[in-house]
Write a protein that binds this ligand. Structure first.
Ligand code: MTE
Length: 330
């Protein structure tokens, strides 16, 4: 690091003693440091090559797709939000390199007639579809991502939600199996994740949907992207994707799904209830208290573009919210 270099090593003694030159040398050294920091900021060290396995049974051509230009694999896997590993978007890839995702199960239960623990290998044997979706983060950036996965409805139907179930709660991995269910099998310990204190949010990360949102055909459990199994930094081995909602609803590395009668707590609403709501549908007309949501920065573009209501999926999902005041239920 720059701090380890003694000034005498970079500045000859005679110059060192001349006050004017001393100041000038200091400026040059400062500029050199600033330039190298700026260089490092714009050119972070490349992460180890990500070489996840190919998704085997990619059966159907993409049924739901946008024709917009895709973001590259490099962009999608090097600009991430995954607070369990790092709060710096460009550091998540490296910080999550050693995250172990086998064995892995998802425990699906709660208000369900047939609760079940699904093994990841079983879920990967489901027919997988490609879904090319816009992805809009609440922070104001967006990407176009070719996900691979299957409708969440598939596993919810399998466990037979009871008539009382109105919501679905999700939980991310955070420390080995705590379940009393002997079929739950997960990696040991915290598995490379940082403390909740370092992450600055309560952990495990939790999220939720209304049952009708969860059963909507656009809502998927994603097992990969670009035809390959999910990279760690994007939520391996399986994460939620709800394309008409802000990105934080798309919870990563899921271990538990619970059908509930009441609205489940969600991480960002717990952290800042005035800033983040349970619904968090992409809405250009409802500003975040600290910034407008009217426009967004598509990663890789130079100018901002207009944000679309429901992230462009209004035709498919607006009817889910008929009669609701979306400024109140933000
Ligand atoms: N899930 C967990 N467990 N932890 C997180 O920090 N960040 C959310 C969401 N899911 C997050 C998470 C946010 S804020 C966004 S924008 C997306 O993941 C980012 O997904 P990506 O890194 O695949 O683009």
């Amino acid at each position: 690091m720059a701090n380890d270099i003694k000034s005498s090593e970079i500045t000859p003694e005679s110059v060192y003693l001349n006050r004017r030159n001393f100041i000038r040398a200091g400026l040059v050294a400062g500029t050199t440091l600033a330039t190298s920091l700026a260089y490092r900021f714009f050119n972070p060290p490349p992460p180890k090559e990500i070489n996840t396995a190919q998704i085997e049974n990619l059966a159907k051509p993409p049924e739901f797709k946008t024709e917009e230009k895709l973001n590259s694999f490099e962009e999608i896997t090097n600009y991430n939000n995954f607070y369990e590993f790092s709060t710096s978007k460009t550091s998540v890839a490296r910080a999550s390199e050693d995250f172990i995702t086998r064995p892995w199960t998802i425990e699906v239960g709660g208000l369900a007639g047939k609760p079940k623990v699904f093994d990841i290998e079983e879920l990967l044997r489901f027919e997988q579809e490609e879904r090319i979706y816009r992805f809009r983060c609440v922070e104001g950036w967006s990407m176009v991502i070719p996900w691979v996965g299957f409708p969440l409805k598939k596993i919810l139907d399998a466990v037979e939600p009871s008539g009382k179930a109105k919501y679905v709660a999700f939980e991310t991995f955070y420390g080995g199996a705590k379940s009393s269910n002997p079929n739950v099998k997960l990696p040991e310990g915290r598995n490379g994740m940082q403390s909740a204190f370092a992450a600055g949010i309560d952990l495990p990360y939790v999220e939720g949907l209304r049952l009708d949102e969860a059963l909507h055909p656009l809502t998927i459990l994603a097992t990969g992207l670009y035809g390959k199994q999910m990279p760690n930094q994007n939520g391996a081995p399986i994460r939620l994707v709800v394309p008409w909602k802000y990105g934080f609803k798309s919870i990563k590395s899921i271990v538990k799904i619970t059908l509930t009668e009441t609205e489940p707590p969600i991480t960002w609403k717990i952290a800042a209830p005035d800033e983040y709501g349970f619904y968090s549908n992409v809405n250009p007309d409802v500003s975040h208290p600290r910034w407008s949501q009217a426009t967004e920065q598509r990663i890789g573009e130079y100018t901002r573009r207009k944000t679309l209501p429901f992230n462009g999926y209004a035709d498919e999902v607006a009817s889910l919210y008929n009669g609701m005041d979306l400024k109140k239920y933000f």
